[in-house]
Ligand binder design. Structure first.
Ligand code: SAM
Ligand code: SF4
Length: 326
C-alpha cells in the first residue's frame, strides 16, 4: 500500500498518455505549443510495466488523460492491457471527445468503463474560440457514441474563463435536466504556458453556482454532501443528473486526495499544483530492478505535498497543463 506522511492512502493513478493534442484550448496551452518527440514519451510497454508496478503497490483506479489520450497511437491496445492488469478495477478516461464517435465502442470493448468529456460551452462559435479550432458537433457526436457504448455515467468537464464562456454555465448546467449526466465546473488553475489567462480570467465555483441558481433555481446538495472524486454535487429542481463544482483553487480538497499522476514522459507527479516529481522512465530505461522502482515510488508518495500555495502566489511553472493531464 502507498501511504504518505499525512496518512493518506494513495491508490488512484492518472496517466497522461501523450502531451500532444488535436485542440489548443486557450486556458491549457499556447497556440504555438511544441510537443515532445515520441521517443521521450513512455512507450506502450513502459506504460503497461509501470501500471503493473503501481497495481502491485495497491493502486486500483486508473484514469487516462493527456494531452489528448485518444490521439495516442494504439490507445485501444493500451486500454486493453491496463484493464487486464491484475489489481486494476477501474479504468476511465478524460478526453476532449473529438475522436470518440469512432473510438468509444472499441475502447469500451477493450475495457474502458467511463469517460469525462470536456465541453466549455454549447455555442459552436464560442467553442471554436475557446479551443482555437474545435467543432462542437464532433464532440457532441462523441458523447452520443460514448453513451451508446455504455461508457456511463457520462461526466462533462467545463472550465470557466471570464470573457469567454462565463454566461454559458447556465446552458451547460441545464443539460442535467434532460440527461442523467454529471456536469462539473472546474476552477481554472495556473501553470506555465497560458499563465496570464489562467490568473486574470479565473472564475470561482461560488460565482458559477450563483449564476446557475439565479436562472435555474436553487440547487439541493446531492451525494449527501460527500465529494464525488473532487466534485461537490448539487441537483437542480427536476434534475436527472448532477451539477458538480471542483473548487481546487478556492476550496482545495487535499485531505481526501488519493491521487498521484504519471506524466507522459514518465515522471511521478505528486500533486497537480506542486512541482515535485520523481523520474521513473529513466530508471526503467536504465534497467532498474523492480525493488528499486518500488522504492522510488513509495518514497516519492511518502513525500507527497499537502496542498498548493496559490494564495501565496506560488504557481507550478515546470509544466504546462497538457503535460500533466489534469
Ligand atoms: N484533452 C483532454 C480533455 O481536454 O479533456 C484531457 C486532458 S485536459 C488537460 C484535462 C482536463 O483539464 C480538461 O477537463 C480540461 O478542461 C482541464 N484543464 C485544462 N487546463 C486547465 C486549467 N488551467 N485549469 C483547470 N482545468 C484545466
Ligand atoms: Fe487539449 Fe485537453 Fe488541453 Fe484542450 S484541455 S488543449 S483538449 S489537452
Amino acid at each position: 500500500m502507498a501511504i504518505d506522511r499525512f496518512g493518506r492512502n494513495i491508490h488512484y493513478l492518472r496517466i497522461s498518455l501523450t502531451d500532444h493534442c488535436n485542440l489548443r484550448c486557450v486556458y491549457c496551452m499556447p497556440e504555438d505549443m511544441t510537443f515532445r518527440p515520441s521517443a521521450a514519451l513512455m512507450q506502450d510497454e513502459e506504460v503497461l510495466q509501470l501500471t503493473s508496478l503501481f497495481a502491485n503497490l495497491g493502486f486500483d483506479k486508473i484514469r487516462l488523460t493527456g494531452g489528448e489520450p485518444t490521439v495516442r497511437a494504439n490507445v485501444v491496445d493500451i486500454v486493453r492491457g491496463i484493464a487486464a492488469t491484475p489489481g486494476i478495477s477501474s479504468v476511465s478516461m478524460t478526453t476532449n471527445g473529438v475522436l470518440l464517435s469512432r473510438l468509444a465502442e472499441p475502447l469500451a470493448q477493450a475495457g474502458l468503463q467511463r469517460v469525462n468529456v470536456s465541453i466549455d460551452t454549447l455555442d459552436p462559435e464560442k467553442f471554436k474560440r475557446l479551443t482555437r479550432w474545435g467543432s462542437l458537433d464532433d464532440v457532441w457526436q462523441g458523447i452520443v457514441a460514448a453513451e451508446a457504448a455504455g461508457l456511463t455515467p457520462i461526466k462533462i468537464n467545463a472550465v470557466v474563463v471570464a470573457g469567454y464562456n462565463e454566461a454559458d454555465v447556465v446552458d451547460l448546467a441545464a443539460l442535467t435536466k434532460a440527461h442523467p449526466w454529471q456536469v462539473r465546473f472546474i476552477e481554472m488553475m495556473p501553470f506555465a504556458g497560458a499563465t496570464e489567462i489562467q490568473v486574470r480570467q479565473a472564475v470561482t465555483a461560488g460565482r458559477i453556482k450563483e449564476s446557475i441558481e439565479r436562472e435555474l433555481g436553487v440547487m439541493e446538495i446531492a451525494n449527501q454532501g460527500r465529494l464525488d472524486g473532487e466534485a461537490l454535487l448539487f441537483r437542480l429542481p427536476d434534475g436527472k443528473g448532477d451539477v458538480g463544482f471542483i473548487s481546487s483553487v478556492s476550496h482545495p480538497f487535499c485531505a481526501s486526495c488519493t491521487r498521484a499522476r504519471l506524466t507522459a514522459d514518465g515522471r511521478l507527479r505528486l500533486c497537480l499544483l506542486r512541482e515535485n516529481e520523481v523520474d521513473l522512465l529513466t530508471p526503467v530505461r536504465e534497467g532498474a530492478t523492480l525493488d528499486e522502482l518500488r522504492d522510488l515510488i513509495l518514497n516519492g508518495i511518502w513525500e507527497k505535498p499537502w496542498g498548493h500555495e496559490l494564495a501565496k502566489g506560488v504557481i507550478p511553472m515546470n509544466r504546462v497543463m497538457n503535460e500533466i493531464g489534469g
